[in-house]
Write a protein that binds this ligand. Structure first.
Ligand SMILES: N[C@@H](CCC(=O)N[C@@H](CS)C(=O)NCC(=O)O)C(=O)O
Length: 211
């Protein structure tokens, strides 16, 4: 029997990108939610030495960790998830993915898991510096959204941006001065691949149908 994709994830967290992408291309997958102590065990560390989700297990058994690598793999396997190879939009798409993965994502980790980065006395400073780091990237995104990152069609980077902006600790403030980002968030929430994934976040881990 053909194996399905399997995701190791956490509800509402970085595993959403794999869920959105697989759902968008109609691929069934299984998802499980390892507890934080399980993520430190050798069996999980063999999949991701950093002990973090997400991890994607492909139908041929290959395992991939890191959201950027998972996203790159899936858009290679399912080319409709990115602009055509060789197009100007393709280069833009990589630019946004890189900015999201290397600036906006880690800055959210510093806000949500500040205990990894500083003693409690410095939490406020670490968090406000992380927000400050994100603002130029969000301003740049606001300037270029039309209405999605690469124009009329949402691609992998749009799912990634939507996942990250959901984590904002003050989403009202983030969106108040960024009307295009606010409209983008509403449009992505209504995307047929997003709604079922968000609805499933509260249900017990199970097999999910992307179709
Ligand atoms: N650079 C990694 C970051 C992964 C990451 O920070 N995952 C978070 C969830 S969104 C996690 O596993 N948190 C648990 C922890 O940090 O202990 C990626 O892009 O996959």
């Amino acid at each position: 029997m053909q194996q399905r994709y399997q995701i190791f994830g956490m509800r509402g967290a970085g595993s959403l990108i794999a869920e959105f992408m697989l759902t968008a291309v109609g691929q069934d997958y299984d998802i499980s939610f390892p507890k934080s102590d399980e993520m430190q065990q050798p069996a999980f560390r063999a999949l991701n030495p950093l002990g973090k989700i997400p991890v994607l297990i492909c139908p041929d058994g290959q395992s991939i960790c890191e959201t950027l690598a998972i996203t790159a793999h899936l858009l290679e396997v399912f080319p409709t998830l990115a602009p055509p190879v060789g197009s100007a939009a393709r280069a833009q798409h990589w630019q946004y993915l890189a900015m999201l993965a290397t600036c906006i994502y880690p800055a959210y980790h510093r806000q949500h898991r500040t205990e990894y980065y500083a003693p409690e006395s410095a939490y406020d400073a670490v968090q406000s510096l992380a927000v400050e780091e994100q603002m130029p990237a969000y301003d740049f995104i606001e300037e270029t959204l039309c209405p999605f990152l690469c124009g009329e069609t949402p691609f992998a980077a749009d799912f990634y941006l939507y996942m990250l902006a959901r984590w904002d600790l003050d989403r009202d403030r983030l969106l108040a001065t960024r009307p295009k980002l606010a409209a983008f968030m509403s449009a992505m929430r209504a995307h047929p691949a997003v709604d079922p994934v968000i609805a499933a976040q509260r249900r017990p881990a199970a097999t999910k149908s992307g179709g």
